[in-house]
Design a protein around this ligand. Structure first.
Ligand code: G6P
Length: 607
């Protein structure tokens, strides 16, 4: 989603800003722009399209050591150059980039009109810069102009503001992430840590309500009301994994094939093979809390919600404790009943998904205990929860999530084992599960050595008007994840159903040649899944069957793809791999932008 990058220091700002934008590209955006103080005036360059398109229209060199930049994912107003950030006040004194949504912008816009200021864009963001300019004209300092304006706003914002006549930048955060990176006599501002790591390891994650004045040598944080805030410096650790593409054709390809190593990073040091249990130190859970937990609730959106559904089933299987998965956006708006004896897990790759953040704030407000299951270290979910488990997938840049999914499943498996061992799970069963979990990375590698007839499946999928995905038990969420991947990458309508529900509706769609993807690992539900497969076949469907190697059911698919056999509770870690590859290859064959599918964003920081 929208990305902010800002710079003030002693180097040429333009290349730093453009490189910052490039590193924010993965979040998803549709237009981009920069504003730089070149010493005599503020130059603005904007374009609809990619950062590469912006680069193409930039002058060869622009002197100037202070500037702001933005990638915009349209919310208010179409994808046009006029709506692209940075936005400037009519008098040109202020330039601003904004992430988030100003809910009362129409009211504010009418107020500006009444004072003779007409906005030239359709955005909610422009009202901010015009309001600040009026403050400045009325004698306010830059900081006062920001503070006074913020008091009138309802909504969310991450702001970076450049004042033509004052050698500083001002930032503010409320609900939209913003990080300050501190270098030697230079300061960087970014929406996420990726672009900062090229410049500095010393960062400050802003909190809601923070307003920051950044001068050339230092910065001061204040509350909206002007009270000083002591900055809390975080030193970014060298994260596992490369954020750059390297030799891979796409980020998604790279991330699919990184899954074995990512999984090793996730479970390393977190399992006790001898005792057959998990050891998630960051959860800070004592024995008593685990034993007394009344219910486990898991929250997430998109892929994270499907990983949560698998976690839910494993928690119930191993812990024999009720567990429920909630879509964050539904949970937060349905006036949820919070039980302080329950444990709540907020599952999120980015840790910045607005709906999940709102849900966890609601839980905390009502006295619930929330734990993060998060990839991005220091992200808002991680900091709000304070406790939890980092899934250690390394940077995930492709919009479609892959290695975060398998690591969320693995982290939740370790949690379920830990919970189970305090209750009903025997030592022998725990040890058996942990042994298989430790083998899973190797089994993923074994699968990647022979991925099976993915291309035959792709030939069927490319032609399809719609695709049905079926699975039961742990494979039902895997089917949902496979359908999501194919739909978001290839733009083919996909339905996912628990196999038993197929005959209660989706069967009506089947006709000669309709592709149906059936996920049928060798678990206790396989025979029932096969009944659904036969019912589809009888209506002329073409079956793409995901099964375990050596299982005779392989003969039942029109295209059969085998994955290595594993413990029945761990099958999602393997059965999802061919689904990811099928989505990737189908999208490629249809000429789609695999890493940046249309309209989607990696990090959905607005409602
Ligand atoms: C967006 C992304 C999905 C992701 C979902 C949740 O929709 O496109 O890939 O699964 O957000 O994101 P999170 O960062 O909370 O896991």
């Amino acid at each position: 989603m929208c990305g902010i990058f800002g710079y003030i220091g002693h180097q040429h700002a333009l290349p730093i800003l453009v490189e910052g934008l490039r590193r924010l590209e993965y979040r998803g955006y549709d237009s981009t722009g920069v504003a730089i103080d070149d010493g005599s005036h503020v130059q603005t360059h904007k374009t609809v399209g990619k950062v590469a398109d912006l680069k193409a229209i930039l002058p060869e060199t622009v002197s100037g050591t202070r500037g702001i930049a933005h990638t915009r994912w349209a919310t208010h107003g179409g994808v046009t150059q006029g709506n692209t950030h940075p936005h400037a006040s009519t008098d040109g004194a202020i330039h601003l980039v904004h992430n988030g949504i100003i809910e009362n912008y129409q009211h504010l816009r009418r107020g500006l009109s009444a004072r003779g200021v007409d906005c030239v864009s359709e955005t909610d963001s422009e009202v901010l810069v015009q309001m600040m300019a009026l403050e400045l004209q009325g004698g306010a300092t830059p900081l006062e102009s920001v503070q006074n304006t913020l008091q009138h706003l309802r909504g969310t914002w991450g702001l970076c503001i450049l004042f033509r006549d004052h050698d500083l930048l001002i930032c503010a955060r409320n609900g939209s992430p913003l990080i300050i990176g501190q270098g030697q006599n230079e300061t960087f501002v970014s929406s996420d840590p990726h672009p900062l790591t090229a410049h500095t390891q010393r960062v400050v994650y802003l909190d809601d309500g923070d307003v920051v004045v950044i001068n050339r040598e230092s910065f001061q944080i204040k509350t909206t009301k002007g009270l000083p805030v002591e900055p809390s410096i975080t030193v970014l650790e060298d994260a596992w994994g490369e954020a750059e593409l390297g030799d891979a054709p796409h980020y998604m390809y790279k991330e699919i094939y990184e899954q074995p190593d990512a999984l090793r990073q996730c479970i390393g040091g977190r399992v006790d093979r001898e005792m057959g249990t998990g050891r998630l130190g960051g959860m800070g859970l004592d024995h008593q809390t685990l034993v007394q937990a009344a219910h486990i609730h898991l929250l997430g959106c998109g892929t994270a919600a499907f990983a949560a559904e698998i976690g839910q089933m494993l928690i119930e299987k191993m812990g024999r404790i009720p567990a429920t998965t909630h879509i964050s956006s539904e949970f937060r708006n349905n006036d949820p009943v919070i039980n302080p004896k329950s444990l709540y897990l907020a599952v999120s790759q980015s840790g910045e998904t607005a709906d999940t953040i709102s849900a966890l704030k609601e839980i905390k407000l009502k006295g619930g205990q929330v734990f993060g299951v998060v990839n991005v270290v220091g992200s808002t979910v991680a900091r709000l929860c304070g406790r939890g488990v980092y899934i250690h997938s390394g940077p995930e840049q492709s919009v479609a999530s892959t290695k975060a999914f398998t690591n969320m499943v693995a982290a939740l498996t370790v949690f379920a084992t830990q919970l189970g061992r305090t209750r009903h799970l025997s030592k022998a069963d725990g040890r058996n599960l942990i042994r298989h979990l430790q083998q899973a990375p190797h089994l993923m590698e074994t699968y990647f050595e022979d991925i099976g007839p993915i291309h035959e499946a792709v030939d069927l999928l490319c032609e399809a008007d719609s695709v049905l995905f079926l699975g039961r038990g742990l494979s039902a969420p895997v089917a949902k994840e496979g359908a999501l991947k194919l739909m978001e990458l290839a733009y083919i309508p996909c339905l996912a159903y628990p196999a038993g529900e197929m005959k209660h509706g989706p069967i009506a769609l089947l006709e000669e040649g309709s592709p149906v993807v059936v996920v049928a690992p060798n678990d206790h539900l396989k025979e029932k899944t096969m009944s659904a497969l036969h019912e589809c076949k009888a209506r002329g469907a073409k079956i793409i069957l995901i099964h375990e190697k050596g299982d005779p059911i392989g003969a039942e698919g029109d295209v059969s793809i085998a994955v290595p056999a594993i413990h029945p509770w761990l099958t999602p870690l393997l059965t999802v791999l061919p689904l990811q590859l099928m989505a990737y290859e189908t999208a490629l064959k249809l000429g789609r932008d695999v890493d940046r599918p249309r309209n989607l964003a990696k990090s959905v920081t607005v409602e």
